[in-house]
Design a protein. Structure first.
Length: 618
């Protein structure tokens, strides 16, 4: 019986040893135990038999030795199986590590090409998914997690749960109550270069903090605060409107008082540019514009503030605020970026400006005849300066054009082409007049102040422009003539001849053949010499131009220097001719008179005729 108990203890020890033995060892141990029990039952003998007891003891010792041998054999088998298991486990671990290393290298090569899908809530990136889980893509995993976290965070229920982890063989679930927010797989851990459990704990902390912040942000107390703040902003804006309108009404009354008591008319050279009434209207208009601008600025800040109070409209608030800031930022950025171009434009402008000033100084010196250039007339100085100035300004515009803001845009270029087309189509006559004006300037047919005759128009030149020339006639009529018309017509310049050679005035009279021609010559010369404005040298002379049937024609010619008095000198000459011929008792036979008298009265005025009892008659 003792041996039986010992066998049972040995076999029990084998089963209680902490080992990973196989089912074969266990089966052998169970068979051995069953055999011992069966043998005990069959070998029971009476207690009074001593020999039987000795035989039993001997048999038990033999059996015990057999059992010990079998136990040793089982231990050897266990050691062999354990070594096999360790080898298999080692091979599995090696294979798994090699597989993970290969997977890690593959993921490292993909990490530079795969941006990952961020899990973003309220512009806050919580984590990033790179791998899919089962048939769910990384994008769907992120979207599902975002929706679930927002739903949990915005839930106004008083029941709250905590974020927990649930581990399984292939993944770790991050749960809120009974809801799975997201799952962390081994592949996610490989992408993050960590272990799955460590990554799950990290994600658990991140998700828990975000849920707490969302609940705090969307709690009933927070909503109440936002409503109160919304009402407060409305009230403040209302009182700002009232205050702004009150201040501008007060300013309007001040302007009206100034208009009635302080303002004075603004005059420019005796022209009343702005009287007090107009000044008051302008100031009131500016007051209204300024009031609207202040109110608009208040709305530009208060409306985005109202939308920014609630998270649902916060994005709209930022968008409205961007509508305000973007134009301002764009203008400021454009101004700052344009500063170098502006500097270049200023340098070009001042260079051209001082070049023009230098040319103007030279032109003034030539015009005043202080500087003389052979073949260059003083009256060419200003027109030449105007041409050079125009060309320099055109060159300056061509240089500045690329630096103008928007010059490289299609709209700007299209407008430039359109303006050029309009100018080219509508300016043919204008360009013709400009060219004619330049030609006239350098042909020098006349200059300002000259008395000229252009076709049927006679007068003094009072203005020369690139387009037209204006003439004032002796009757004070101002005639405007296009330069192109002057180029196609003949021009008589009286003043030029009068200055250089002396202008010859002439007038024709017809005297009868009964009067000696020498006497007529002398009378005409005497009339010319007594005319104011006629030059004594060269002397006046007479030409007999025609011998008509009834009378010869005598032409008196005299030199004058003042062509502006041409009409008056002609009038005085004609008066003197009549006087000298009447004093000499000679009739001027124009219109036609016959020399033979047929009873007609003499054409000499009575005061020139001698009376019968006069001393001269005797």
């Amino acid at each position: 019986m003792k041996h039986l108990v010992l066998c049972i203890a040995v076999i029990s020890a084998i089963f209680l040893v902490p080992t990973r033995g196989t089912s074969q060892i266990r089966e052998k141990a169970e068979g051995l135990l069953n055999a011992v029990i069966t043998d005990n039952k069959t070998n029971e003998i009476p207690a009074d038999s001593t020999s039987a007891i000795e035989d039993k003891v001997r048999l038990d010792s033999i059996r015990l030795q057999e059992l010990e041998l079998q136990v040793q054999e089982m231990k050897l088998n266990e050691i062999v199986l354990r070594n096999e298991l360790n080898d298999a486990l080692h091979r599995h671990i090696t294979t798994d590590s090699l597989k993970k290393e290969e997977q890690r290298r593959s993921i490292d090569s993909l990490r530079t090409l795969t941006p990952g899908v961020p899990l973003v809530i309220d512009d806050d990136t919580l984590l990033t998914f790179y791998a899919k889980r089962g048939g769910v893509s990384a994008h769907d995993r992120a979207e599902n997690a975002v929706n679930l976290i927002q739903k949990i965070g915005k839930d106004l229920s008083l029941k709250t749960d905590s974020v927990s982890l649930f581990h399984s063989e292939y993944q770790t679930d991050i749960m809120y109550g009974e809801k799975v927010i997201l799952s962390v797989t081994d592949q996610d851990a490989v992408w993050q270069n960590t272990e799955r459990e460590e990554l799950a704990k990290k994600y658990q902390t991140i998700v828990n903090d975000k849920i707490l912040s969302l609940k705090k942000e969307h709690g009933i107390l927070q909503v109440t605060k936002r409503v109160a703040l919304f009402i407060l902003v409305l009230v403040v804006q209302y009182f700002l409107f009232k205050l702004t309108n009150y201040l501008f009404r007060k300013l309007r009354r001040r302007i009206i008082w100034l208009k009635q008591n302080k303002l004075k008319s603004i005059t420019i050279r005796e022209y009343e540019f702005l009287n007090t009434h107009r000044q008051g209207r302008i100031l009131i208009f500016l007051n209204n514009i300024l009031r609207y601008i202040v109110l608009l600025i208040q709305l530009m800040f208060s409306v985005p503030m109202l939308f920014a109070i609630f998270p649902q409209t916060e994005n709209l608030a930022m968008k409205l605020f961007s509508y305000i800031l973007e134009p301002v930022k764009m203008v400021l950025k454009s101004v700052i970026e344009y500063i170098p171009n502006l500097f270049i434009i200023v340098v070009i402008y001042y260079c051209v400006k001082y070049i023009i000033k230098g040319i103007q100084y030279i032109a003034n010196e030539i015009e005043s005849e202080k500087l003389k250039i052979t073949g260059f007339y003083p009256d060419w100085a200003q027109p030449s300066f105007n041409i050079i100035r125009f060309l320099l300004y055109a060159f300056m515009i061509a240089m500045i054009y690329p630096y103008l803001p928007g010059s490289d845009s299609g709209v700007f270029q299209g407008i430039s082409v359109f303006v050029g087309l309009i100018v080219s189509l509508g300016s043919s006559t204008v360009i013709g007049n400009i060219i004619a004006g330049l030609v006239i300037t350098y042909m020098r047919p006349f200059k300002l102040g000259d008395r000229i005759k252009l076709n049927e128009t006679t007068g003094n030149v009072i203005e020369k422009t690139p387009f037209v020339t204006r003439i004032r006639t002796p009757k004070n009529e101002v005639v405007t003539i296009p330069n192109s018309f002057i180029m196609s017509s003949h021009t008589v310049n009286y003043s030029a001849s009068a200055r250089q050679f002396g202008l010859i005035i002439h007038s024709t009279v017809s005297i009868g053949y009964d009067v000696p021609w020498r006497q007529v010559h002398q009378l005409l010369i005497d009339a010319a010499r007594s005319t104011p404005g006629v030059q004594p040298h060269p002397k006046p002379f007479v030409l007999e131009t025609e011998l008509q049937d009834y009378y010869p024609c005598y032409q008196i010619n005299a030199y004058i220097k003042d062509a502006d008095r041409l009409s008056q000198i002609y009038s005085d000459l004609h008066q003197n001719i009549q006087d000298v011929f009447n004093e000499a008792g000679i009739e001027i036979m124009s219109p036609h008179y016959y020399a033979e008298r047929d009873g007609s009265a003499v054409t000499i005025p009575p005061e020139y005729q001698q009376k019968p009892d006069s001393p001269d008659k005797k």
